[in-house]
Design a protein around this ligand. Structure first.
Ligand SMILES: [Cu+2]
Length: 374
């Protein structure tokens, strides 16, 4: 998850993700809206835009890693770019077909609610999926993926939660990374629903943000560090109901093709900031399971868009396939049986190699949104 401080700088794995600010804004979009972000300000050059495809070009002029978000009501994420390191410019392309009130946010240090600003979208626009059959098919195909993953997520989380509640610690520990596979594959979808993500996947750091520490990672801490607590069962029940809530909403979610493209990139940013650093599963060290799942989810979104990318930029598709295969090769080196080595068993060289492969994949994946918005 992304609203929680990620230790982007530990173990020397500071990743400089490829800048996509070198590309020129598409003519049709009437140019990008410049966003100047620093450690205490988030200046958005225009606070309104016509409905349709909206492009933001975010430059981090501060000293901390930042993120940029466009929110709809209820903090539903319309789009986000993460991991914007100081000096970097990155673009966010979103499709907003409904006029109304939205909010922009920069999150210096990648934490908290961020520096918010009002953003108005005027008029209404036709949805891309209503005018382009290939884009419509892409979103339907991804929708099927989300549905199948949510079904497995509910099943596996139920097994995990039952083991916790029965006090079967070893069984619960074995099920923890398995249940999370389905969660990590579709996490950007959860983020599009608003505040559900921190409840399910927040780290202990959420306490500093005034939230309760619940969900998978709270149970992870109980299982690996503190032992089951008097309220572990209640936390387990809550996790189960949050997951069921998510799965229910996932059935009817309507994603735009750009959300697929942005989600594919977000998942890789999650790998860079959360998994390669060992930050996410800090008690169990099962980060490579999450890593694998984030890459799977990213590839599923790219695969759904495949016919569109192939038609518009066949060369990009070749590069994507090559870089996904390269990440697979690096990751599979650390496979042990059905699972993976623990994060603590990796050498610095292993981590560096993984970071570089993810970095090299992030570059072409960040171009998918440009191609989809064409
Ligand atoms: Cu996560």
């Amino acid at each position: 998850m992304s609203s929680i401080p990620a230790r982007a700088s530990v173990v020397g794995a500071v990743l400089v993700l490829a800048a996509c600010g070198t590309q020129t804004p598409s003519e049709e979009s009437g140019g990008a809206i410049a966003v100047s972000a620093n450690d205490s300000a988030c200046e958005v050059a225009k606070n309104s835009a016509a409905a349709g495809t909206i492009t933001f070009e975010v430059t981090n002029k501060g000293s901390r890693v930042t993120e940029f978000y466009l929110y709809a009501e209820g903090d539903r994420i319309m789009g986000e770019v993460e991991n914007i390191t100081p000096g970097l410019t990155r673009r966010l392309i979103v499709e907003v077909s409904e006029g109304g009130k939205y909010e922009t946010a920069c999150k210096p240090g990648m934490q908290g609610k961020g520096i918010r600003g009002d953003f108005t979208v005027t008029g209404d626009a036709q949805k891309a999926v209503d005018t382009d059959e290939k884009l419509a098919e892409a979103t339907q195909s991804y929708q099927r993926y989300v549905n199948s993953q949510s079904v497995a997520l509910v099943d596996k989380t139920k097994e995990f939660v039952e083991a916790v509640k029965a006090g079967k610690v070893d069984e619960a520990k074995a099920l923890f990374p398995v249940a999370r596979i389905y969660w990590e594959r579709i996490e950007p979808v959860a983020e599009s629903f608003g505040d559900i993500d921190p409840k399910i996947d927040g780290r202990e750091d959420v306490i500093e943000e005034g939230m309760e520490f619940t969900g998978y990672h709270r149970l992870e801490k109980d299982l690996w560090v503190s032992g089951l607590q008097p309220d572990s069962n209640a936390i387990a029940d809550q996790l189960m109901s949050d997951i069921e809530d998510l799965a229910g909403r996932a059935k009817t979610v309507e994603l735009t093709p750009l959300q697929l493209a942005n989600g594919a990139k977000e998942l890789l940013d999650e790998v860079a900031t959360g998994k390669i650093t060992g930050e996410e599963d800090r008690y169990s060290h099962t980060d490579l399971w999450d890593f694998r799942s984030n890459v799977d989810g990213s590839q599923a979104a790219v695969n759904a868009l495949r016919p569109v990318i192939e038609e518009r930029d066949a060369e990009l598709l070749t590069t994507l396939d090559k870089q996904f295969a390269a990440v697979d090769a690096v990751l599979e080196k650390h496979r042990v049986g059905d699972g993976f080595k623990l994060y603590t068993e990796l050498t610095e060289a292993d981590i560096k190699e993984m970071a570089e492969a993810v970095d090299a994949l992030g570059e072409p994946v960040s171009q998918v949104a440009e191609v989809v918005a064409k």
